[in-house]
Design a protein around this ligand. Structure first.
Ligand code: ADP
Ligand code: MG
Length: 549
């Protein structure tokens, strides 16, 4: 991660460190609380279907600027609509992915399904989108970080080496704007451990997920653990700054709304799962919520292999597993090549795609969630195609950080040269989901040089985001007790549900959030991958008193 002495530190929720005895006691309690409230996972190292470990978590919630949190929440229905429109734009999807599918076999396989479905016409015109827009605070945001330059001596001064004349001009304008903002804004950043504390950050989108958007249960569960801890520590009054989070209900209700639209009382909701589900709580709680809240709706869990074995289409193209009709398919697998060990799994995906069942996601939604599409959307001229309202367009345009194509053309090759010159500014991403696939900073030149010009087009380049730090205790199964205070960075995910067809959106809402936090030294923070930890936001305001609350 790009962290240095100038990286600002967000104020903590409570004063740390805790006394060792108190810390030991509350941590032991919190671990049990986590397991007993389903903030848990199957162990990867000693797997057993009969037991759970608690999922790594941060002991007390990490601070997040309220204004930015509220902005993200408010923007989600607009992002939902944007993604819905993108998914239904055949020409855009086809041209955007044209180069990528020449070299990326996985995306090409998905695209082939799309092409075949297009050729035969969609059996089911309604799609269920359950999205998660992931974002990070950007501490070097030119518009909103007036204090950081002046007090921390850092800020966004590192972009002096502009690439083009246009960049120079843009930077001049930005500096002039910054200077104006500095005189307007009054605030007092506090120093923590020699670093600057401030709530002044904007946020930038990391990615948007359209398939298997996880943490609908673990998001709210994190709040439950941390609320318990704060109460145990005598800070019950802090709970009011932890925003309500109904992600599980919001997402499951989305599935149920799709089930209602399908309108067959006997039809079931099908979860497509991996052979082994380590992140089992984050799936079972969805199932249990549906069963408890809507006992008349059955839920089945099947792998792609099982669907290949047992699935067929009925007379009206309904998906049948044996004699059971499927109304809604919720993919918690199918987003990476390993989920398709043979042609059989691809055939199963195609079978489902051609069926009458409502898919989450349908194939066009899946393709709309590729990194390549995100990169194309970041261009203002492209955004215009999907958003009419100028205010909305401005708001969405702001969330994108620099995203660059590496296609084999003039612009792509210039971006390639830029990456070789200043790799420390970028992250390089392939068309994959699930974490662990990106290349960061100084590793980029070697990775790029190993690729042919054509191979490069399967990747995109993205500006590195520089989130502020927070400090706290990260608690992991098997790690030493008591936990030590560590520097961490967080990534917020906002869930959205959107249901409709090419012409109409029938449901569109924001559906809660999740916060994942990782060590500031880690590039990626997947919780299941073992790098991240469950967390939840503690909302701070820019005019709060300095120091701890
Ligand atoms: P995936 O689909 O594999 O989850 P992401 O684009 O979300 O891919 O990247 C994985 C992780 O890498 C993110 O969760 C984040 O921690 C880190 N990351 C991705 N893009 C950036 C960026 N532009 N700046 C800083 N960190 C990033
Ligand atoms: Mg991600």
């Amino acid at each position: 991660m790009s962290v240095d002495d100038n990286t600002p530190v967000l104020r903590g929720c409570i004063k740390l460190p805790l006394a060792t005895d108190e810390l030991l006691e509350v941590t032991a309690k919190a671990k049990d609380y986590a397991i007993m409230h389903g903030a848990a996972m199957r162990s990867k190292t000693s797997f057993s279907p009969d037991s759970l470990n608690f999922a790594p978590f941060v002991l007390v919630p990490s601070s997040f600027p309220r204004k930015e949190f509220e902005k993200a929440i408010a923007l989600q229905p607009i992002i939902n609509r944007l993604m819905h429109n993108v998914a239904h734009d055949e020409e855009f999807i086809t041209t955007t992915l044209a180069e990528t599918i020449k070299v990326d076999e996985f995306t090409a396989n998905l695209f082939n399904i799309y092409r075949k479905v297009l050729a035969h016409g969609f059996t089911q015109r309604i799609s269920l989108g359950m999205l998660r827009s992931d974002l990070m605070l950007e501490s070097r945001c030119p518009e909103l970080s007036p204090l950081l330059d002046s007090s921390a001596g850092g800020g966004d001064d590192d972009d002096v080496d502009a690439d083009t004349d246009a960049d120079v001009e843009e930077q001049e304008q930005r500096r002039a704007k910054d200077a104006k903002a500095k005189t307007k804004t009054k605030a007092n950043p506090a120093k923590i451990g020699g670093r600057t504390s401030s709530a002044y950050c904007c946020w930038k989108q990391v990615e948007i997920n359209t398939i298997a958007s996880g943490f609908g249960h673990l998001g709210p569960a994190s709040k439950t653990i941390q609320s318990f801890v704060l109460r145990e520590l005598g800070h019950a009054e802090k709970l009011q700054r932890m925003p309500k989070n109904d992600a599980l209900a919001g997402l499951c209700d989305g599935m149920v709304k799709a089930w209602d639209i399908y309108a067959k009382p006997q039809a079931v909701i099908l979860f497509i799962i991996e052979e082994v589900s380590y992140n089992i709580c984050d799936q079972r709680f969805h199932e249990f919520y549906i069963r408890e809240t809507y006992p008349h709706i059955k839920v089945l869990r099947r792998t792609l292999t099982e669907v290949h074995r047992d699935g067929k289409l009925g007379q009206h193209k309904e998906l049948l597993l044996g004699s059971t009709e499927v109304a809604v398919i919720y993919f918690r697998a199918g987003y990476e090549p390993g989920h398709y060990p043979s042609q059989g799994e691809w055939d199963a995906r195609y079978l489902m795609e051609t069926s009458l069942a409502i898919k989450c996601p349908s194939i066009h939604y899946h393709l709309a969630g590729t990194k390549k599409v995100q990169q194309a959307l970041a261009q203002p001229s492209v955004l215009e195609r999907f958003i009419n309202d100028p205010e909305e367009m401005k708001a969405v345009g702001k969330i994108f950080t620099g995203l660059y194509s590496l296609d084999d053309n003039e612009a792509g090759n210039a971006n390639y040269e830029m990456a070789l010159r200043t790799p420390e500014k970028f992250v390089l991403k392939p068309q994959r989901e699930g974490g662990g696939n990106n290349v960061y900073g100084l590793d980029i030149p070697d990775a790029l040089k190993r690729m042919s010009r054509v191979e490069r087009s399967a990747w995109i380049l993205m500006d590195l985001i520089h989130p502020p730090l927070s400090q706290g205790y990260m608690v992991r199964p098997g790690s030493a007790m008591p936990p030590q205070i560590v520097d961490m960075v967080s990534e917020l995910g906002i869930f959205g549900v959107v249901i409709g067809d090419a012409e109409h959106i029938v449901h569109n809402y924001q559906a809660g959030h999740m916060l994942r936090t990782k060590l500031s030294t880690a590039n990626e923070g997947g919780v299941a991958a073992g790098l991240g930890a469950l967390d939840s936001p503690y909302l701070i305001d820019s005019d709060d008193e300095d120091g701890y609350f």
